[in-house]
Design a protein around this ligand. Sequence first.
Ligand code: ATP
Length: 608
Amino acid sequence: MTTKTVSFEDVLYEVQSKRNFTSNTKSSKIQLLRGVSGVFRHGQLSVIMGPSGAGKSSLLNALSGYRTEGVNGTILINRKTSCYIQQEDHHHTLITVYEMMMMACRLKLKHSSIENGFDDYRARIDEILAGLNLTHRKESTSKTLSGGERKRLSIALELVTNPQIMFLDEPTSGLDEVTASACIRLLRDLAHKDRTIICTIHQPSAAMFDLFDNIYLLAQGQCVYSGSPKVLIPFLLSRNYTCPKYNNPADYIIELCDLEPDSVIPQFSECFSNGKQQCLPVNTITNDTAISQFQMKQSINSLQLDTSRPKESTLIQKMKLLTKFFKSEYALSSLQQFSVLFQMMTTKILRNRIVLWIQFLHHLGCGLCIGLIFFNVANDGTRMFDHLKFCMGCVFFSVYTQIMVPILSYPQELRIVKKECFNRWYGLTPYYLALTFSRMPLQILFNMIFTCCVYFLSGLPLEPERFLMFSLVSVIVSFVAEGLGLAIGATFNVTNGCAIGPALMAPFLGLAIYGFDFAADVPMLMYAAMKFSFIRGGVVSLVLTVFGFNRPKLDCKEIYCHFDDPKVLLRYLRIENVSLFKEVSILVGLMFLFRVLFYLSLRKRFYK
Ligand SMILES: Nc1ncnc2c1ncn2[C@@H]1O[C@H](COP(=O)(O)OP(=O)(O)OP(=O)(O)O)[C@@H](O)[C@H]1O
């Protein structure tokens, strides 16, 4: 059996059903695939068909390795030369088709194999785009592509590395009849160039049906037909089922499984030994479409699988695992991946002009508003509460600005990343670092715009040390909030994230204003919770920055001002002995904690 062939035996796929609390039903195991076997050969376009819910996507996911949890049985496949194209085409929206192809080349091809740098990439890209009839769209962004073009772009991006095995989930969904047939013809041509192509299709039209070299029909997680589409009608005849003359045989057998599931499915599944047997034309070289004779052939046997897996000692297996750990499965080193991803992310950020303008106006506008509300109050010894409100306002602004954006936007990006990571474009760590560092410069710049407005308008002392500390605290708070937003965005979908984000903020906010005047009497547990509230940490740090650093006495326009001495105010708030360094260190610690949670959430999503 060649490494391009995909074979599998007795594949079981079980999932745990979720416990339904309303009807009090207990969780149980659901079998999506019931011990199916089969072979998908190279040079052939194979289709997994079946009624809705038959288990087509489950089989594709199990074979491609997209799902591993709950999958048991033997699957022989060289996954290093395979790729998986999902049903929905998720592409970057702000870069053109050509740039996406260039990015794929730069990430997926070894630099040493390309002697002339980008010229060779360009030649390869032009060839692939011409082959898929996308040359005229190469300067367009994916947003303006039609459904068929988007699907072809998904295929083009993977063809960069010339994969030997391609999995496609419902490649024709959402396409009209003509475009769908064109898509299948394209896949057949690619398969006939010595590739193994396996796709799922709910119910192919009659025109499409004859284009497949091999069909694998599933019903209720069992194989009810495997083999050539040319002998499906004779096979049905042999079982006393006559497909009406002008009926699509695919429709007919799916209808049979639907109408008489209890008799048809077990009978047919037994006939094919649940996929171990195949139905082939007697003369496989014939071009005659009206073949009436077929033979059942053993497609797979245990012996075949066993011999292709030489027995290895445990020591060899362990050594292989060790070398696999050190040997990268990617074309580029982590540093090179980081560099390409960083460039791409920076380009995307800078091209998002509307968002850039909104962010700029938002920071400038809010900075001016807060600055004008507290205009020249920073030196007024009679307005103690205004000083506190000013610090709170600045921190709340940073928190709310940074937390909601990733919650709303990240789940969409996650789909693209998941697809690219699974197809070995890059590793999770370089991606994570590129994402973190590419967002930093603009975030710092916008924060500085806000800080400059509020600092100078409020009339805080023009001392570089104090200004830098004020800016640093604002930037750290915004990074902590962004980390929390990313962790939520990577864990939950937009709907749940929108509920969880504000719900999580509420206790942090409550703790931010709790116990300022009786901090010394706060119980231990509450004290620990207060330390965890990064909003409170931000407020305390800002108050210490504003009134610390040996701040001279404030102006007093009345006979007596109790709070004109900054030390009195700090004492009143019970934070006179709190170390600014310690507060900022806790904030930095929380920043790392939320970013580690974000990373772990990504890992869980990608490797489950
Ligand atoms: N995680 C899961 N938990 C519970 N049931 C699941 C899970 N995943 C899939 N199923 C169920 O398993 C069955 C097979 O799902 P699968 O997505 O493989 O079907 P399909 O043949 O691809 O269907 P369609 O053509 O409608 O996409 C369906 O009934 C589906 O509801």
